[in-house]
Design a binder for this molecule. Structure first.
Ligand SMILES: *[C@@H]1O[C@H](CO)[C@@H](O)[C@H](O)[C@H]1NC(C)=O
Ligand SMILES: *[C@@H]1O[C@H](CO)[C@@H](O)[C@H](O)[C@H]1NC(C)=O
Ligand SMILES: *[C@@H]1O[C@H](CO)[C@@H](O)[C@H](O)[C@H]1NC(C)=O
Length: 212
């Protein structure tokens, strides 16, 4: 036991024997960071001592909610010599509030969460049903922000006060502004032509084209 504890402090390895089923579950990270709008993987992996462990039910819950966020009944997998599953056939079911946003990988039990929101922060609990034991991973979701490193011609607004969505709009505006500026610079190649005249000639050009 002491050799196991010495081996890793962050990972918890437990051998569970439920009848003839041996599941070894490994949690390498018990806390994970995510960013608003991005995806995050809550990493879990497991090995099986024999194929008689199927079907294997794996499910995830959020906080102390009584609803399963997502649940998979793993029907069968090919097992490597070390008992590592691959090519699994599984039936998975996500709670309607997570449909399209949550994915459970049957071959390792990891949970993928997409399009993160701040309210997704919290403790996620994975259960391998046959074992009646649970493992927790804490997810912390941060706002998507950047800090002005080298302020360019446009003064960047530090956006940690706004939501990530607002930052994205600001970024788009900046991009549009820069593109318009570079286009303007390439258009006024002949610098001797005054701006108003060039504008006028462009208008006339446009009017001449219209009848066609
Ligand atoms: C679990 O499987 C998925 C899909 O193959 C992979 O992206 C992910 O990295 C795996 N997680 C771990 C912890 O092995
Ligand atoms: C769930 O947790 C919240 C706080 O996070 C608490 O107020 C509530 O009583 C808990 N519910 C149950 C059923 O434990
Ligand atoms: C499970 O998968 C293994 C390897 O792919 C296969 O040999 C076996 O027949 C499958 N068992 C069932 C019940 O589908």
């Amino acid at each position: 036991m002491s050799s196991l504890q010495g081996c890793c402090t962050l990972c918890s390895i437990l051998l569970l024997l439920g009848g003839n089923l041996g599941v070894l579950v490994e949690i390498r990270q018990d806390s994970v960071n995510g960013t608003v709008g991005q995806s995050v993987l809550l990493p879990v992996s497991y090995t099986l001592s024999s194929a008689s462990g199927f079907p294997l039910v794996i499910f995830w819950m959020f906080h102390n909610s009584s609803d399963r966020l997502i649940s998979c009944a793993v029907q069968n997998c090919s097992l490597s010599a070390g008992g590592v599953p691959s090519d699994c056939s599984a039936k998975c079911f996500a709670h309607h509030t997570y449909r399209g946003r949550a994915e459970l990988f049957p071959q390792n039990g990891s949970l993928l969460l997409r399009d993160l929101q701040l309210r997704d922060s919290g403790v996620y609990r994975v259960t391998f049903r046959s074992s009646h034991q649970t493992w927790d991973i804490t997810l912390t979701v941060h706002e998507q922000c950047w800090i002005p490193e080298n302020p360019g011609p446009v003064t960047r607004v530090p956006c940690y006060v706004f939501g990530g969505y607002y930052c994205f709009i600001l970024l788009l505006l900046q991009l549009c502004w820069c593109r318009a500026k570079s286009r303007e610079a390439s258009n006024t190649g002949s610098r001797s032509v005054p701006r108003s005249e060039s504008g006028q000639s462009r208008l006339q050009h446009g009017a001449a084209l219209q009848p066609q």
